[in-house]
Every structure is written in C-alpha cells, then in structure tokens.
Design a protein around this ligand. Structure first.
Ligand code: AMP
Ligand code: MG
Length: 426
C-alpha cells in the first residue's frame, strides 16, 4: 500500500509545476489586488515644483527673520493674490509678499510661507508677527517621488496606496498578471444541485459553491461545470470542458470506492498524475497533475476536506499563477485553550477561533471536527496547524495558526465602534 505523503512535499510538487500567468492591461481602479508585471519608474518629480503646504503668504526669509514684538510686526506689501490652480506672474522682492493657496507653486524669490492664521492682512499688506525658519510650510519639488526612481517594482500587489500612486505616475492603464481561471467540477451520483429536487437520498452539492467562493477570495475566476455522474464517460466529457481553464478542480471520487473514477479518467486523459494519500487530516486522498498542460486537482469529496486541501494546495498554486511572491496565509502563534490528542501519523488542521487578548493570541477549536461538518468552517476564523509528530496538547501550549480571511479580532479590539463580529441566531 502506498505510504502517506507529507503535505510540504506535495506543496513543493504543486508549486514547481505551477506557471506564472502572463500579463494583461487593466484600468487603474480595476488593478486593485492584482500583481503588477512591470517596474513603474517615475517620469517626473512629484510634487513637480516647490509648493505651499498652507494657505498663506509667500515671503523672503530675510524679511521676517528678526523676532518682532507683537506690537511691532513686519509689514510686507502684497503684490499679487494667486488663487488655487494659478501660478504667480510676479516674483517676491524685498519687503513683498504674494498670497497663495495650499499646493500652489512657490513664487520666485520666496523661501517661506507664513500661514494665513499667523498674520493680519488687508488686500495690499500683511503683518507678520513671528519669524519662521527658511523653507517653512514649503513642500520641496520631488519630496514624494524623484524622476527616474522605480516607485512600484514589478511583483507588487496593488493596494489603494499604489493605485493612487499610479495616478500620480500618470498611468491610466497598467500591466498586471492575469487572474487564474478555475474550472470546478463536483462528482457523485448522490449529489443534487440547487436547481434540482432534493430527494431524501440526495446530498446538496455544496463543494462547487464553497470552492468557487474560495477561488474568488484568492483572486481567481471560478467557472462552474456542475456535477458529473459517477461514470467515466460523463466525467471525461466535463473534464475536457474544464481544460479550457488554467486550473481544474474536481471534488469527490478520489478514494478507493467502486465508483471513484477520477484517478482512472485522469490517467486516461494522459496526465502525469500524482495520487497521494496525504499525511494530513482532514483531506487524505488527493490527486494532482497536469492534463494537457493544465493543473488538475482531485480533492476529497467531504466538504471540509475539500476546503482544507484547497487552502493548502490549490490556493498557493493560484497565488503563484497570479504573480504573488508568497503563497501562504498570515500565520501567528497562539496559546491553545483545550486538551487534544492524536496519533503521530498525520498533520492536523483543526478549525479554530482565534482571539486577541491582552497577553497575545489564544485559540480554541470550533467543536466537532468531522470532515463532513461544514459548520466547523462557518465558525472558524483560522486553521490550527498541528504538526504530525505532536501527540497531545494541553491548555496554554503554543500552536501555529493560519489566519483565514480578514483578521476579525482587530475589528473588536480596534478604536472604531463594533457590535462584535459573530452574531448568534435567536
Ligand atoms: P467521495 O470522495 O466521492 O467518496 O465523497 C465523500 C463524501 O463527500 C460523500 O459523503 C459525499 O456525499 C460528499 N460529497 C462529495 N461531493 C460533494 C459535494 N459536491 N458537495 C457536498 N458533499 C459532497
Ligand atoms: Mg463520490
């Protein structure tokens, strides 16, 4: 009998076989969350000129450098009033000031801006009551971005800050890595889809939807192929449709049962496949390989097993395809809150609830951990990663935790009002 394959070996095989997808041109707003495929070099300075950080008066430092009694301010002649969006036509000479707005270019001759609230002024003159160092309230040319510098290196995932920067760099379009298209196929004669009658002997196809959501969460495009019957011909036909995508994800039919045809069909389609019994729980039986150059995964049918194996194997492959540089979830250490024991033959992924407390993170399980208990995923905000060699855990033991989705503990502990992240039904 085939031995158990450690997850990290399977992950290496998957990632080594995974290509990075090519580039496509997208609009700037659409680029959010995508990975840029070009180095973005600034073609000009930002700001493009020295400009005022305040509404006020541009003056010469020489004219205002002495300390003046409040009763005896420096009085300067206002020679021009420059509204927003305009540029001064005059320069500031000795004893002169030009009124300017925030962001306006600093006029020639001036090297300080005095805030309007620190002055008294009329249309023609301004009183300055205290000295300011040279350069005060002036944002120098290029303080943000210098012409010729690489501002966003390729391989960066674009966040709102980068999208704003793309606009500063005058890039309405940008080249990003394509999003992986993932064809999703559920298998099993016992399955009924949402548009069918649920007879008593049928199980609702939940995997297709859970996996499609996971694909979207990972930045991919799901393509739902529906349900294939447990017949090799039906399976083969659906799989061949799925090969138009970048990745094909099947669930079910990878075990040793009489109706588990996935392996046979994968082989028939000429795939160089790995059929693993992974040393993890949940999610032992798994098939992976390439069919006609496309990645094909056969995940176990049990709903939790399919989600956990998706997390550990398909998601990293999708992130690599999308041009990302790290393929895992955020990981933290937490103090386990329960007792737990297991055999030392497999690595376990318990569904957990991670909480941030004054002394650090704590984590407890969601309760029953059966591979058909999807509520364990519904309640979870993390997977507790228990190494193969660990035999037992007691309260307080440190464990490694993979954080799923948005870290919800921050919402409760943060400064903004919160009504708590998890509601209970009445
Ligand atoms: P299998 O791996 O095909 O033997 O399936 C194992 C278990 O997972 C069976 O109880 C199936 O009913 C269940 N299962 C398989 N596919 C799905 C699916 N698409 N949605 C929900 N449950 C499924
Ligand atoms: Mg089945």
């Amino acid at each position: 009998m085939q031995g158990l394959t450690p997850l990290h070996e399977a992950q290496k095989i998957v990632l080594d076989a995974t290509p990075v997808l090519g580039l496509e041109k997208v609009g700037l707003v659409e680029s959010l969350g995508r990975v840029i495929g070009e180095d973005l070099v600034a073609l000009r300075d930002n700001p493009p000129w020295d400009n005022s950080a305040m509404d006020g008066f541009a003056v010469r430092h020489e004219d205002i450098k002495q300390d003046h009694a409040i009763a005896k301010p420096v009085v300067l002649k206002v020679v021009e009033d420059v509204p927003a969006g305009k540029v001064a036509t005059k320069s500031v000479g000795p004893g002169e000031a030009i009124r300017i707005m925030t962001g306006a270019p600093v006029p020639k001759g001036a090297n300080v801006v005095i805030k309007v609230e620190d002055t008294e002024h009329t249309q023609d003159s301004v009183k300055v009551f205290k000295p300011e160092p040279a350069g005060s309230n002036i944002r120098p040319q290029g303080e943000d971005v210098r012409k010729g510098d690489c501002i966003i290196p390729k391989g960066t995932q674009l966040r709102p800050g980068e999208v704003g920067m793309l606009a500063i760099l005058a890039k309405p379009f940008v080249f990003v890595h394509q999003r992986p298209r993932v064809a999703i196929l559920s298998t099993g004669d016992e399955l009924a889809d949402l548009d069918e009658r649920f007879d008593e002997d049928k199980i609702i196809n939940s995997n297709s939807y859970g996996i499609a959501a996971a694909v979207q969460e990972a930045g991919g495009i799901p393509i739902l192929l529906g349900i294939a019957k447990d017949q090799p011909a039906a399976l083969k036909e659906k799989i061949s449709h799925g090969l138009n995508a970048d990745i094909l994800v099947l669930s079910g039919g990878v075990s040793m049962g009489d109706y588990d045809f996935t392996k046979a069909v994968f082989k028939e389609l000429g795939a160089a496949m790995n059929f693993w019994k992974l040393a993890i729980r949940p999610g032992q039986p798994l098939a992976f390989g390439k069919i006609q150059g496309k990645l094909a995964f056969g995940l176990p049918g049990n709903p939790v097993s399919s989600m956990v194996t998706f997390e550990q194997l398909v998601r990293p492959a999708m992130l690599k395809m999308s041009g990302q540089r790290s393929y895992g979830r955020p990981v933290v250490q937490a103090a386990f809150q329960e007792t737990f024991s297991k055999r030392t033959d497999r690595r376990h992924f318990l569904r957990g609830i991670l909480t941030r407390e004054a002394g650090g993170f704590t984590v407890r399980t969601t309760g029953d951990q059966g591979s058909g208990i999807l509520t364990s995923m519904v309640k979870a905000n993390c997977l507790i990663d228990i190494p193969q060699e660990t035999e037992r855990l007691k309260p307080g033991d440190p464990v490694t935790v993979q954080v799923l989705g948005e870290p919800q503990w921050d919402r409760e502990a943060g400064a903004l009002p919160s009504i708590g992240h998890r509601q209970s039904c009445c």
